[in-house]
Design a protein around this ligand. Structure first.
Ligand SMILES: [Zn+2]
Length: 327
C-alpha cells in the first residue's frame, strides 16, 4: 500500500515528509502498458514520472493547498511534456508525451533539455477558482546558476523551492517499475533570534539552528536510491535519523493513502468537442465516422458518433426536452 508520513524534529526548525507509492504507482504503469495508443513508458521516462509523482505528493503535502498541484516539464528533446497532478486528497495521475524514442540510459538532460530550452512549471490550480482568476504558476529552467544542465529532478525542484519559497529544501527521489518514493526535508522559517536573514552577527542560537539543519540535510542526502525504494518508511526514518528527535505528525495510509485517480469524464470530452465548434466536429465525423478521444492519463476512450455529437451541440432538440430554453 502507498503511504505518506509527515514528521518534525523536536526542538529544531526542520520538518520532513516521506512518501512511498506502490499500488498507486503500479496502477499507473499498468494502465499505460495496456494503452494500445501509447504502449508502456520507456524505462527512463517511467523513472522520471515516478520521481515527479513522488515529488508532487510531497509538494502538495507541504503546502496543504485546496486545489490541484501540477508539476510539468516542458522538454525540447524526445520527451515533449511530462506531467504529475496531485489533488489535496493525494489522488494523483501522471502522463508523458514523447516525440521520439528515448534511450534506455537517458538522463534528465537527454530527455528534456538537450537544447537548453527545457522548463519545469509548478501550477497551483484552486478548487473553487473564480471566473477570470488565473492559477498560480512558477517556472524554472533546467539549468543551475552557472547555466549547466541539471542532471536530476531533485536538483531542479530544490532550486525552485529556494527561489519561490526561500526555504532550504532537500529532496531525495527514486522510482523503478514497482515503487516511486521520496524524502523531503525543509528548514522552517524562524522568527526573531534564530533568523539569520539580515543579522550581521548571528547569535550562538542562530548558529546552532543552522548546524541542526545542515546536519539533518547531510543525513538525508546519504539515503541511497536502493534504500529509498526497498525499505519501508519507518525503517528509513530510524536508520537515517536514529540520533535525532524525530516525531511523527501525521500519516496518510489505507483510506487516506495517495492513490491513482483520473478526473476525465464523458462530460468534459463533450465540452471539448463543443469548443472545437460544429464545423470542425463535423469534418472529423465525415472523415472518421466518429470522434474518439483517448485520455492520456488513464487510457479511457470516449467515443462520440454522429448522434452523440449532434446532442452535444443541441442537447434540447435531440433529447426532446421541451422545458429547456435558449437564452
Ligand atoms: Zn482519464
Amino acid at each position: 500500500m502507498s503511504e505518506l508520513h509527515k514528521f518534525i524534529f523536536d526542538g529544531k526548525p526542520v520538518r520532513g515528509m516521506l512518501v512511498r507509492l506502490t499500488d498507486a504507482w503500479q496502477d499507473i504503469l499498468a494502465r499505460r502498458a495496456a494503452n494500445r495508443d501509447t504502449g508502456a513508458y520507456p524505462q527512463a521516462v517511467s523513472e522520471l514520472l515516478g520521481e515527479m509523482a513522488a515529488a508532487g505528493v510531497l509538494m502538495q503535502g507541504n503546502i496543504k493547498f485546496n486545489g490541484a498541484l501540477v508539476l510539468q516539464i516542458f522538454g525540447d528533446g524526445p520527451v515533449k511534456v511530462a506531467v504529475a497532478e496531485v489533488q489535496p486528497d493525494f489522488a494523483l495521475r501522471v502522463t508523458a508525451t514523447l516525440t521520439s524514442a528515448v534511450d534506455e540510459n537517458a538522463g534528465l538532460p537527454d530527455m528534456v533539455n538537450p537544447g537548453g530550452q527545457g522548463r519545469c512549471a509548478i501550477t497551483l490550480d484552486p478548487k473553487d477558482r473564480l471566473p477570470g482568476q488565473q492559477p498560480y504558476q512558477g517556472v524554472v529552467s533546467l539549468v543551475d546558476e552557472q547555466g549547466q544542465s541539471l542532471n536530476q529532478l531533485n536538483e531542479v525542484l530544490e532550486q525552485y523551492m529556494r527561489q519561490s519559497e526561500q526555504l532550504d529544501t532537500v529532496l531525495v527521489l527514486a522510482a523503478d517499475d514497482k515503487v516511486a518514493a521520496g524524502l523531503l526535508i525543509q528548514r522552517l522559517p524562524v522568527e526573531g533570534e534564530g533568523n539569520l536573514a539580515g543579522t550581521a552577527q548571528p547569535s550562538a542560537q542562530a548558529q546552532d539552528i543552522e548546524q541542526a539543519f545542515e546536519h539533518i540535510a547531510i543525513l538525508s542526502r546519504s539515503l541511497k536510491r536502493e534504500e529509498l525504494l526497498e525499505l519501508d518508511p519507518m525503517t528509513i526514518l530510524h536508520r537515517l535519523f536514529w540520533e535525532e528527535p524525530v516525531r511523527l505528525l501525521e500519516s496518510f495510509k489505507d483510506d487516506t493513502a495517495p492513490r491513482f485517480a483520473c478526473s476525465c469524464s464523458r462530460e468534459r470530452v463533450s465540452r471539448m468537442i463543443q469548443s472545437l465548434g460544429q464545423d470542425e466536429a463535423q469534418s472529423i465525423l465525415d472523415e472518421q465516422g466518429k470522434i474518439d478521444v483517448g485520455c492520456d492519463f488513464c487510457g479511457a476512450h470516449y467515443v462520440f458518433d454522429a448522434v452523440d455529437v449532434a446532442q452535444t451541440f443541441n442537447p434540447a432538440a435531440t433529447s426532446g426536452d421541451s422545458s429547456a430554453s435558449l437564452h
